[in-house]
Write a protein that binds this ligand. Sequence first.
Ligand code: KIV
Length: 261
Amino acid sequence: MTTTRIRGMKGVDKITMLTSYDYTLARLADESGVEILLVGDSASNIVCGNQYTLPITVDEMIFLTKGVVRAAQHALVVVDMPFGSYQVNDDEAVRNAIRMIKESGADAVKLEGGREVADAIRRMVVAGVPVCGHLGLTPQSVNQFGGYGLRAKEEAEAEKLIADAKLLDAAGCFCIVLEKIPAALAERVTKAVSCPTIGIGAGAGTDGQVLVLHDMLGLNEGFKPKFLRQFAHLAEPIHQAVGDYVKAVKDASFPSAEESY
Ligand code: KIV
């Protein structure tokens, strides 16, 4: 999969993106036909157990991405630039983007924000780094917004988001993630830009969809926002299997003679 093919899917075929943070699940997702594997900074929550995405570092993102890259036979691998790696100035942003591509082997980077990151994105693209934008709910700004509520409900904010999307498109983003905004606005953005939009909590009118793999597999039983469909309920069989293992070791039924050398 290439960024050119992803661009070409706009208006032709819906684009599928899922997060991935390790070799084994990335291999299964890749074999199952997903087109983009996103090593999201949600790894900070899902892998590291942090409350926010803010603490994860460039080095940690590179470490995780290497495993996903080894697994990806078909999918495009996109790595999230973590908080602090692109906000200080454009030079540092471009340097970190190049470093993340060089050291992780990912095909593209993703970063959050609109007009404030457009110049940095333009320079990354010129340097040969494909970029996926991210607008709407941008979890790295959680302290600024004070939560994870729906974004751009008011027309003024919606107009600003559309203008930001046009700037990211003009800066050369090969796609833009739209997170947690009204479906009607996501449709307006999708029509306003030439690159594909990929929604999460943004309705059906975007060019593609993205979900956090662990959430859609039902591994986080307690996390059930309205936009999330759990395509499996894997927490239950895992609890069952681990419980069965503990019991079998305790009652000495594992390992059996057949399972011994
Ligand atoms: O980090 C992440 O998982 C993301 C997706 C929610 C798009 O940015």
